[in-house]
Ligand binder design. Sequence first.
Ligand code: ZN
Length: 78
Amino acid sequence: MDRKKGNQEWLEELTEFERAILGIGEETYYNYRCPQCGYEQEVPDFVVDEFAAYDELPPGVMPELECGNCGGTLKCVD
Ligand SMILES: [Zn+2]
């Protein structure tokens, strides 16, 4: 009964796998900035993706990260 869902999951895994292969050597970085202290950090896209997945954010919504300088909230400024 869950065959359709299973197939979809398999396709999503394959897509991620393919992306991993194609992404070798061309990492994308997002610029994050802390509005409280002005601290700036470049965050690799796979880290951003991981946080977005963890927070269950819809596609296109950037996750907020913790500022390594003051403990505030880093926001994407791209
Ligand atoms: Zn800060």
